[in-house]
Design a protein around this ligand. Sequence first.
Ligand SMILES: [Zn+2]
Length: 110
Amino acid sequence: MAEETTPPGPPPPAAPPQAPAAVAAAAAAAAEGPGPQEVKIKVRKPKQRSCDEKDAKGKLCAGHLKRWYDYPDEVENKIGKDAEIYRCEFCKTLYKPDPKQMPHSYTLRY
Ligand SMILES: [Zn+2]
């Protein structure tokens, strides 16, 4: 059993040293219930630069994915603080970077 199983989502890069239960409970309370603006978060495919969401008619969105820095608390609760996130300029779908595409510092040499 040496094979590595990939979890559905990458773990947060750095867990906060302390997570007050009150904050977690508040976040959970905020998360449940029908939210009119449920944030959709997808994972970018390698080299993906445009949105591949389709609307109700099946039309490709193809919006440009832009790095998003000043996301609100509700998003921060889902992806963590200072996370790398991209957002479609049209449908506002969020994209996390591909975990396999995380920046590594090794260089390719022949
Ligand atoms: Zn889009």
